[in-house]
Design a protein around this ligand. Structure first.
Ligand SMILES: C[S@@+](CC[C@H](N)C(=O)[O-])C[C@H]1O[C@@H](n2cnc3c(N)ncnc32)[C@H](O)[C@@H]1O
Ligand code: SF4
Length: 349
């Protein structure tokens, strides 16, 4: 059975088969290899508050987490921070690849220069997602906080050229744009840019935001979710047509069509579609277990949704420990954990 089939089966588990005690082990890990960053994105909580003291996940903690479950098929190497700041990232990827795990991460692309790119190409990394968020330098600066657009585009161009020279397909490279009301007009130019620099895939990422005390551009007014205007809907459709014409694959996060991704699927209890606490575990750089990669973007501070500590407990103790079981029970109820109240299956980072 392929990794994708395994993932799909867990995600499609019907509601009446869900139990607060998980009856299977996680298939995916999110490992925040660092919480350090070199950008100041206006959508990212990291820019505005210290979520945890600055740290890289130690090699010992990283490997001890990975070794605990044989069920893991997929590892995502980002949390809130820039993974390419971690010097031994290639060794970590190789460690996972030797175990036959599908490995990917999102990066801001600032450090994807020639030597770093060359090291990555030799690791067997499966997917590299570059969060660019803009099709030009001034919009980039508004969203990502620093004037590094040209450098990133240069890096990416070189990386794709090198992949072509070597005739290698992996990692699959994609460009990501967080859907903001202020920047959705960039979408067509974004797809043209991807085509020009030979990046085969583009993703529209749904903005996650705080309902209480919003920060920067992570606010309901900037989100396209549910309130897409006719004009914005048309922009997305035009972008879909352009992508087809240019042969660029264009999708939304959560494996859906871009125009569908801005619509909520189940209006009364959107959180009930989520299967993350039954399928994946997320660890911050310090070993804190969180339910998913969305919670840090929807609820301030980690304390209310911390489910364990990998430096003190085994993953099995955490996975069906009291806090996880209570969290799942609440998620199945009409009163979900606060971090989940606005969530749904299609929110993906
Ligand atoms: C937190 S970043 C960490 C990895 C890396 N530093 C990067 O920027 O790709 C992970 C992903 O979250 C996205 N992101 C940041 N703020 C977001 C928000 N408020 N809603 C949805 N996605 C967001 C980023 O664009 C990126 O694709
Ligand atoms: S979105 Fe990524 S690059 Fe931007 S501040 Fe957050 S962690 Fe850094």
């Amino acid at each position: 059975m392929s990794n994708t089939t395994v993932m799909r089966r867990y995600f499609e588990k019907p509601e009446d088969e869900l139990r607060a005690r998980a009856d299977s082990e996680p298939v995916c890990l999110y490992l925040e290899v660092t919480n350090r960053c070199n950008l100041l994105c206006t959508t990212c909580p990291r820019t505005y508050e210290e979520l945890e003291p600055e740290a890289d996940m130690s090699w010992e903690l990283f490997t001890s987490i990975v070794k605990q479950f044989d069920s893991i098929k997929r590892v995502v190497l980002h949390g809130v921070g820039e993974p390419m700041l971690v010097k031994d990232l290639p060794e970590r990827i190789e460690f996972l690849k030797k175990k036959g795990i599908y490995v990917l991460f999102n990066t801001n692309g600032t450090l994807l220069n020639e030597p770093n790119g060359e090291r990555l190409l030799n690791t067997g990394l499966d997917e590299l997602r570059v969060s660019l968020d803009a099709a030009d330098s001034s919009v980039f600066q508004m969203v990502r906080g620093r004037d590094l657009f040209d450098r990133i585009v240069r890096n990416l161009t070189g990386f794709r050229r090198r992949q072509r020279e070597l005739g290698v397909e992996l990692p699959r490279v994609s460009l990501w744009l967080t859907g903001l009301r202020e920047t959705i007009g960039q979408l067509e130019a974004f797809i043209r840019l991807a085509h020009r620099i030979d990046v085969p895939e583009v993703y529209l990422q749904r903005l996650v935001f705080f309902n209480d005390n919003p920060i920067g551009m992570a606010r309901s007014e900037s989100a396209l979710f549910e309130t897409t205007s006719v004009q914005e809907g048309e922009t997305i459709q035009r972008a879909e047509e352009l992508a087809r014409e240019l042969g660029v694959s264009f999708n939304a996060s959560g494996a859906t069509e871009p125009h569908a991704s801005v619509k909520q699927r189940r209006e009364d209890q959107p959180w009930s579609l989520c299967r993350r606490p039954w399928t994946l575990m997320y660890f911050t750089a310090t070993g804190r277990a969180l339910p998913c990669c969305i919670a840090p973007f929807s609820m301030h501070g980690y304390d209310s949704f911390t489910l364990g500590d990998a430096t003190q407990q085994s993953l099995r103790e955490i996975w069906n420990g009291d806090r996880y079981v209570e969290f799942r029970a609440n998620l199945m109820s009409s009163q979900p954990p606060r971090a989940c109240a606005n969530c749904g299956l299609r929110w993906s980072l």
